[in-house]
Design a protein around this ligand. Sequence first.
Ligand SMILES: NC(=O)c1ccc[n+]([C@@H]2O[C@H](COP(=O)([O-])OP(=O)(O)OC[C@H]3O[C@@H](n4cnc5c(N)ncnc54)[C@H](O)[C@@H]3O)[C@@H](O)[C@H]2O)c1
Length: 379
Amino acid sequence: MDSVLKIGMVGLGDIAQVAYLENLHNPAGGIEVAGLCDIQPERLEWASSQVPSARATDDLEDLLEDSGINWIFVLTPLLAHAPLIRRSLEAGKNVYTEKPISVDFNEAADLVELSRRKNLYLASAPVMLLYPVYEYVRSLVLSGAIGDVKAARVMASHGGPDSFPTATDLGWLMREEKATAIPPLPDMGIYGFSWLAHVFGPAERVSAIATIAKPERTFDKVTAPGFRPYTMNVKVKDNCIVSIEFAGGVLASVTANFVAGGHLPERFEMYGSEGTIMMPYKGPYVKIQSNLPPHNEPAGLHELDISDRDGGRAFQGVNWGPIVAAHLQRAVAMGAEPLIGRYFSLHIIEIISAAMESARTGATRELETVFEHDKAWGI
Ligand SMILES: NC(=O)c1ccc[n+]([C@@H]2O[C@H](COP(=O)([O-])OP(=O)(O)OC[C@H]3O[C@@H](n4cnc5c(N)ncnc54)[C@H](O)[C@@H]3O)[C@@H](O)[C@H]2O)c1
């Protein structure tokens, strides 16, 4: 398979702007943005101004017919991913999608099977586990730097799509038909589920509870020209907590909500018999406290030196398009399953759908899927 990525990008909204288009087009590095697609003319126009050489269209079929495109990047709203992924795979294109492939486990499993049958790649965000610092922290946990880890806690939340300025109107994120009955689960919880499964392996049991915390939201921070502020009555649940059991009795909780508007609400904490490691999602530091050398000095909670691990730019949690493209390129060159590949993603979707069901019924769910990272990555 050609390890030059010739990308057709569908969905040119907020995330295309903040995380993908700025630095992705890099023909000398074998990464080309060859096609752009959005149903909104002004979004298409904006993206075309970023990569004028790319073919621009409002119909994905135009990109699928183009033999010069070998990957489709799906960056549309949550529940619009699956039909676009299916069409792209049917047309013989490899697919990378923003999170998640689908929230419907059976639909996601079908797409995974379709990609396998057609010998195509199917990979999905979130991508933070590709950052060098995350790999470093994972290796610390697994090598016993804080002893035997049996507990973890993730705060995977923000204040909601109305709480910060965005280039586009993200009100769809508060509507069930666009983003499920508990939108923080696929939107934010997925970061916690992905990190925990990456560290501790496949989850075994899941339970969850969810509430509506903020029944009315006003959208008045959208920067798109001509945007008119509006207020929405919210029917979806915006406040959720998920309990997960991993092999060996490791227990983790993931708080996924749209009501944590404070500083650094996204946080990963691992608790071991000899200490603690914590890191925020978007912030270039990791803190550790350990009774074991070498991290027992200095005593108490202190920052680790991560300057030689790309602790700056690559750890800031934005502009991840070039990072994911480079990973996919390496996967193709090695003939390996990406770390964010189909079986890993399917397992994460099973956690999300189990949490949704548990929040609805009150029952704990046993999980069925497993995954194993490709040994080619050497981790
Ligand atoms: N905005 C963020 O901060 C953020 C962060 C991480 C991940 N994401 C993920 O990125 C994805 C997109 O989110 P966003 O915030 O960019 O949304 P958005 O609404 O800003 O952009 C989505 C774009 O997709 C286009 N679109 C929808 N259906 C289409 C179709 N059938 N064909 C072509 N274009 C279509 C829309 O016109 C819009 O321009 C979601 O999966 C979201 O979970 C967003």
